[in-house]
Design a protein around this ligand. Sequence first.
Ligand SMILES: Nc1ncnc2c1ncn2[C@@H]1O[C@H](COP(=O)(O)OP(=O)(O)O)[C@@H](O)[C@H]1O
Ligand SMILES: [Mg+2]
Length: 280
Amino acid sequence: MQETIISVKDVNYRYSANLEAVRGISFEVRKGESVGILGPNGAGKSTLAMLLAGLFLPTSGDVKAFGVSTRSKEFEHVRPRIGIVFQDPEDQLFNNTVIDDVSYSLRNLGVDKESANRRSMETLELLGIAHLKDRSPHRLSYGEKKRVSIATALVNSPELLILDEPTANLDLRSRRSLVELVNLLNKQGLTLIVSTHDVEALPDLVERVLIMEGGKIVSEGPVKSIITDEQLLGEASLEPPAISRLFMRLKARGLVQEVPSNLEDAFLILEKKLSNKSGS
Ligand SMILES: Nc1ncnc2c1ncn2[C@@H]1O[C@H](COP(=O)(O)OP(=O)(O)O)[C@@H](O)[C@H]1O
Ligand SMILES: [Mg+2]
């Protein structure tokens, strides 16, 4: 069994006496996994992401990353192993130029300027945005800001990457390149936690999913079965992706047997069915 990267035990988080955003959550994430936290607006996903990165401390319960409690003093040594991309890029970018934002964490860790700049440029190239290096982050388009934010989280070569709503407000092409990048990094061994309400993107991003609602985890399982479970999602004010809903209607008419979770699986089902037909 792979090493436990994240261990969350009976965690509660209160913003104020009558606002409990996370309520009694427990789960584990193992090395190399890709896990989605799926839930409607206000479910507590962003709060949970902050708890996982050790940026918020639980009101009660414990979060451990790489075996170290986020409350402990030792946690400062673990923090560089975790990259987090906030829901809002404005929370992530505060320097005058893109390259300064991306190299910021390295320079903070005492990496010399030349190496910090070299690694930052490599990361910008990986994200296809090397040309933005001297621009002001605040004058970029939303999709560009989002990619710069991802660069700031990746520059340190983290072992765990937490992405909060990575696909929100991205055009289709940016979205696809984000999905490809995330899959590539995960294949290379990066552990991934993606918090989102985007049922369309999730099946392409992660393998396992936790459904969060009202501050609690209400169910969990493989993304392909969870995301096509209309009743389960409905209980959390969500619905399956459009392609799954289309196949559910075809299945109700007896025209197909399976319900896919994404376009690729839908294609395979139809290809098989249509080529059987033409062959008979
Ligand atoms: N900084 C904050 N101060 C007070 N309440 C907050 C703060 N951030 C979020 N909340 C509240 O906590 C709950 C969970 O929010 P959040 O974690 O942002 O959910 P999600 O990311 O799933 O939309 C919501 O009721 C939200 O209004
Ligand atoms: Mg959120």
